[in-house]
Design a protein around this ligand. Sequence first.
Ligand code: GDP
Ligand code: IMO
Ligand code: MG
Length: 435
Amino acid sequence: MIKNIVILGVQWGDEGKGKIVDLFSKTSDYVVRYQGGNNAGHTLLVNKKKIVLHLIPSCVLYKKTTAILGNGVVVSLIDLIKEINYLKEKNIFIKDRVILSHSITLIFEYHIFLDKAREESNLKSSIGTTRKGIGPAYEDKIARRAIRINDLNNVHFFSKMLKKNVQYYNFQLKNIYKRNIVSYKKIYNESLNSFLELKHMIQDVGLFLNKKIKKGFKIVFEGAQGSLLDIDHGTYPYVSSSNSTIGGVITGTGVGIKNIEYILGVSKLYSTRVGNGPFPTEVFGNIHNHLYKIGKEFGSTTGRIRRTGWLDLVLLKRMIQINSLSGICFTKLDVLDYLQTIKVCIKYINKDSKKELKIFPSNEIEWKNVIPVYKSFKGWNQSTKSIVLFKKLPKNVIKFINFIQNFIKISIDLISTGPERSEIIILNNFLKKFI
Ligand code: GDP
Ligand code: IMO
Ligand code: MG
């Protein structure tokens, strides 16, 4: 029986990872976030009770499961405390079952100010970030000036680094962006106060997880964002700043590649993206209105209406390859109910030559030359909501799913038919044991 599983998004985020991680958390000992920060928004819906998590892994509803943030995550201590308190208000007491890696990179107010300043000063070509300071925090990490959580253990060291960084950021905020600057004193005091509240959660997560793996504990690795927002393999530069593809699990936790047993990709049966950037199968008008209204496609972090489009099998196949997926979970089948026609993109052709593209576009200009070619399917004109058995699905859905299965050539393990935990078709008996 498998003891660990990676659950990651294979589109531009918001695929429904939270719901699927929650399902797998029931029998798990640890659920680990390995990249991203509170730019993520993972929604759980259980018996009509909704919980949106930005940083803490989606296992909070199971009292015996411990939530872990690996070294690859970027964390605002203030926002982490807010999330712990948000859960407390919902009678979920998480404080004693969270573990934080000792080498987490911290997000400070100056990262957030700079993220906002850049986005607002360059609206035409902005990325459309969540303005949570994610990009600047990862920049600090790569530039080797980041302040990491354990640095706060030594107040003199912390104070020296913070002064240097505040000076560096205030110079840019004031002189380049003509913005308000941040206060060193305020950040210093707030950070140390927050640190004291969280200090008991800090551990060497790599060491901890490797020991637990040896002992056979069950672990879920929870991806944030989606593979197309990956800094290396996504639609650069319209991406987030971390590796949301499979490599992020290894670098973001300290667990070696041989210890990963199953990689489950999550994808909607259509597409969405928040923020700017290439989206070949994007739709507008009536189809967009149907998808965003029925699918409730509003960003869980920023509240923005998500852009919508058809499922892109060219992109999906590429992301299956990049992540070496073991299987896939499709979500939001019910959102396609009652559409007359449903399309999927099966190839790209070049706008000018009209020839099929064999090489994946690698920059903004190349993406503009892509024309998607679709295969159309007849709708099913009935509800699939809450169906839990594959054989109960309408014939036209089965035709649609079988076509996708033949095209992507990996196992379809789960199909989600509604936002509630119980609204799921489990096709893979092997995974049933994990759930
Ligand atoms: P995540 O970031 O990947 O965890 O996804 P989000 O939580 O940001 O967005 C997914 C949204 O779709 C949430 O509101 C979920 O409750 C909802 N959802 C998940 N699966 C399904 C499904 O099968 N059908 C419907 N209608 N909603 C779903
Ligand atoms: P989950 O985990 C959807 C998008 C932003 C923007 C780009 C860069 O809920 O799937 P950033 O603030 O990260 O620098 O923004 O990435 N983005 C997401 N889109 N779901 C997410 O997370 C996202 N996290 C970041 O909208 O386009
Ligand atoms: Mg989300």
